[in-house]
Each structure stands twice: as structure tokens, then as C-alpha cells.
Write a protein that binds this ligand. Structure first.
Ligand code: ZN
Length: 455
């Protein structure tokens, strides 16, 4: 039933999107969700699509509302034009929970299970990873590429937990691949290593990908096609049982790699936020992200993607804990500047260790960068006093953004900070998506570079 529901919600999303585009192109009218719901009712009565009527209707009105919001974001310039959902992409359906009667059996603390009663689906059993507190508002069920099912429950009226006290005043953090995070607190450095289990998974992934291409070529030959050429248009390749199995294995591994990576990033960002009152980090390098995926670009682009995810997490977790997060100017040469004498070593490439030609100081690349970022972040904060606030530009916005978020967090004290480091199901859609593409990019070229990249 859930499988049908996921498929149907994708169908309804794509149908509504097509209707909107069509109405705009032919009649220059913008359809809203009210008129779309009306059309949807007619669609359910139509002979070809009557199967929609057999499913619970709640998720479909949510889909239409979600799309309305997506268009709102697009028109406000906050997001791209909503896209069609492909088969095999992550799907989710949301149910609003009735406030008048209890739909969720929360289970006592000793139990690991909860039950939710959903219209049309009956009683769904959930493994609990959180205590279910407060007024439960909605349940979102989803299935990822590896066929795992998740439920995310929103609630309000949950007590806010006290943020932990910071250990030190300020840290600079450098994000990389060899070590996920290197922090410097002004006196000493601390490193958070990248997960070790990743390399084993990546090796296995490469093996399965070899199987896949062999099985794909075999299928081509079986259908009288040349495996060296692309599949001609209109031809559908058959799916053997072996190919299906390989595909499932690859999907599971992708999911496992994404989990490991996501979990490591969550732990790292939590660790960083616990550490200090002021957190200085590099700005996202927009240029580096736009750069093509050359051999050189690979390491940097993966690091940038991780940096992006970590940055987002540090920003919001920092806001919860009332920290100041400073993004240092992307053009500040944090790696190439000597933290001892401030000379810039323009000849520095990717060396792990280097010696300053001006003062002779010996540097670990990442520790030096973290040290510099800390100093630069503190300098920027001092500069951000009202008198000189104009010149800081985009960085000032960054600080303001964190501060504003912190304010919002205090305005609604009933929202509890979600527990960190839990199941991937708790990650929001926006957070999960970039992480996925990033892993894909990383995986397509992994093994050859694995050793060099230190994964
Ligand atoms: Zn120096």
C-alpha cells in the first residue's frame, strides 16, 4: 500500500506540475492549489485515473500544498523552478495528525516501538529513535533509494533543552578530506578524522559497478546490440535477475556511504558547536563548486560539498546554542598565510607540511589554516562594530543570519532541539539532497583517487 502511495504521490506531483505549466503557457494563468484540488477531484472520477480514488486522499492534498510552496519559493527567487520527480528518486508522503484524537501510540520508554494509525493504511509500526513528546503534528513517511522506510514526526510543545556551555572562547575550523575538521582554539589544535569504514565500502562499490557494466554489456549483446554504442532511442533493455540484484546492492551501498558521511558530518558539527562561543570557518567557495570535475577538482569539490553541509549544520546548531558563527572571506588565503609572521606563501600547492620562507616556522597545513581562520574571524567580529559594519559586506550578513536564527529560536521556546547523531530519517529534504549528489560525484571517481584523497 505504501509503495502504491509513493508512486501515486509522485504521479500527482508531476500531473499538477504539468497542469500548471500548461495553464500558464496556453492561457497565461497561474493555477493555485485550490483550483488544482478541484481538478484533482475530477481526475479521480476520470476512468483512466480512478485508481487514485482507492488511495487515502490526505497525502495528495499535502502534495498540492507542497507544490504551492515550491512555486512560492520560486517566484520569490529563493529556489529553482519545481522539477518533475523521476522514478527511483526519494519519495515521501505526509499525513497531518488529527489533534482531537490520539493517532500515535507512543509506547513507554522501555519499548522501542511506536504505532501510528493512518487513514487507508491502518496501523503502521515504527521503531522509535526519539522519545515522542509534545503535540504530534504530522508524520512523513519516506523510502530511500535502497528501499528503506522512514518516518519523521513533527511536534510542538516540547521543552527546549539547555545548550551546553562552551569549552573555550573562539575556534577556527578547517574542513578537509584527510581529517574532516581541524579546530584551533588559539593554543592547541584538535582534529576530527573522517570515518574509516568508508574506504571498505567504496572498494565494494567499485566491484559492484564492474559487475553492473558487465551485466549491462551482456544484456546488450543478448538483444543484438553493440555494447560499445549507446542504447538506441526507443529500445528498452531487459532486466535480468542478476542485474536487479546488483542494482539493489549498489543502491544499498550508496545509502550506506551517504549515512556514514552524513553521520560523521553531524557528529563533527555538534562537536564544533560544543567547543566554542565564536566559530570561524571558511566561506563556501562558489567558484570551486562551479569548476568542472577535473582530476584536480575532485578533492576540492568533495571537500566543498562537505564544507557546505557542515557549514549549514554549524549555522543552525550554533543558532540553537546561541553561538556566533563567522564565515571568513572566500578570498582570504587561510592555507597559504603563515600563522606566525603573516607572510603569504604563494608557492604552496597541496603539501601537508611546509616551512615558512620568511620566519622559518614549520606548519601543518590544516592546523595553520584553522589558526588563521580563528584570528581572521575574531578580527572580523571586532570590525563588525556598528561604526564599520558596511565594509564587511556578505560576511556581515552571515553573522547576522546566525544571530537572527538564534533570536527566532528564543522566540519559540517550545521547539525542542532535535537530538543529534540519530537516524538519517531526521535529516530534512534540503539537507539530504546535496549530500546525495555529492556522494554520487564522489563515487563516480572514487577508487582511483581513494588513496590520494585519503578517503
Ligand atoms: Zn612565517
Amino acid at each position: 500500500m505504501l509503495g502504491r502511495l509513493f508512486g501515486a504521490s509522485r504521479y500527482v506531483w508531476n500531473w499538477a506540475l504539468a497542469r500548471r505549466s500548461q495553464a500558464y503557457q496556453t492561457d497565461k494563468i497561474k493555477l493555485n492549489w485550490v483550483s488544482l484540488s478541484r481538478e484533482f477531484t475530477a481526475l479521480k472520477a476520470a476512468p483512466g485515473t480512478a485508481w487514485l480514488g482507492e488511495l487515502p486522499r490526505e497525502p495528495f492534498s499535502q502534495v498540492l500544498r507542497d507544490q504551492e510552496r515550491a512555486f512560492g519559493n520560486f517566484f520569490a527567487g529563493r529556489a529553482r523552478y519545481p522539477r518533475f520527480r523521476r522514478r527511483g528518486s526519494r519519495v515521501r508522503v505526509r499525513f497531518t495528525l488529527d489533534q482531537r484524537r490520539e493517532q500515535v501510540a507512543r509506547g513507554v520508554d522501555a519499548e522501542r516501538w511506536a504505532y501510528v494509525q493512518l487513514p487507508g493504511l491502518g496501523r503502521v509500526k515504527l521503531r522509535r529513535t526519539e522519545a515522542l513528546e509534545g503535540r504530534l503534528r504530522s508524520v512523513t513517511l519516506s523510502r530511500d533509494g535502497a528501499g528503506r522506510y522512514f518516518a519523521a514526526i513533527t511536534a510542538d510543545g516540547v521543552e527546549l533543552t539547555e545548550p551546553p556551555a562552551a569549552r573555550t572562547h573562539a575556534v577556527g575550523i578547517d574542513v578537509g578530506l584527510r581529517t574532516l575538521v581541524v579546530m584551533h582554539d588559539g593554543e592547541q589544535a584538535r582534529a576530527i578524522p573522517a570515518p574509516k569504514a568508508l574506504s571498505g565500502k567504496l572498494a565494494r562499490l567499485r566491484r559492484y559497478q564492474r559487475h553492473q557494466s558487465r551485466q549491462w554489456a551482456a544484456q546488450m549483446r543478448a538483444q543484438g546490440l553493440d555494447p560499445a554504442k549507446p542504447v538506441p532511442k526507443g529500445v528498452r533493455l531487459g532486466m535480468s535477475r542478476r542485474r536487479l540484484r546488483t542494482r539493489a546492492r549498489i543502491a544499498r551501498l550508496h545509502a550506506g556511504v551517504a549515512d556514514l558521511r552524513g553521520d560523521a558530518l553531524q557528529r563533527a558539527s555538534t562537536g564544533v558547536v560544543r567547543e566554542a562561543e565564536v566559530i570561524a570557518l571558511e566561506s563556501l567557495r562558489v567558484k570551486a563548486l562551479a569548476r568542472s570535475m577535473g582530476r584536480r577538482g575532485f578533492r576540492r569539490s568533495v571537500a566543498d560539498a562537505s564544507l557546505g553541509a557542515l557549514r549549514r549544520q554549524i549555522l543552525y546548531k550554533g543558532a540553537w546554542a546561541g553561538r556566533q558563527v563567522v564565515a571568513v572571506d572566500p578570498f582570504y588565503p587561510s592555507s597559504k598565510t603563515c600563522s606566525n609572521c603573516a607572510a603569504v606563501n604563494t608557492a604552496l600547492k597541496l603539501e601537508k607540511h611546509w616551512v615558512c620562507l620568511t620566519c622559518g616556522a614549520q606548519h601543518d597545513r590544516d592546523v595553520n589554516a584553522a589558526k588563521n581562520l580563528r584570528a581572521e574571524g575574531l578580527r572580523m567580529l571586532a570590525d563588525l562594530s556598528p561604526a564599520t559594519a558596511e565594509r564587511a559586506g556578505s560576511d556581515a550578513r552571515e553573522v547576522a543570519c546566525a544571530a537572527e536564527a538564534a533570536e527566532r529560536a528564543t522566540v519559540h521556546p517550545l521547539q525542542r532541539r532535535p537530538t543529534m547523531n540519530r537516524e538519517p530519517a531526521q535529516r530534512s529534504a534540503q539537507a539530504a539532497r546535496p549530500a546525495r549528489t555529492e556522494t554520487r560525484q564522489a563515487l563516480s571517481q572514487t577508487a582511483r583517487r581513494r588513496v590520494r584523497a585519503g578517503l
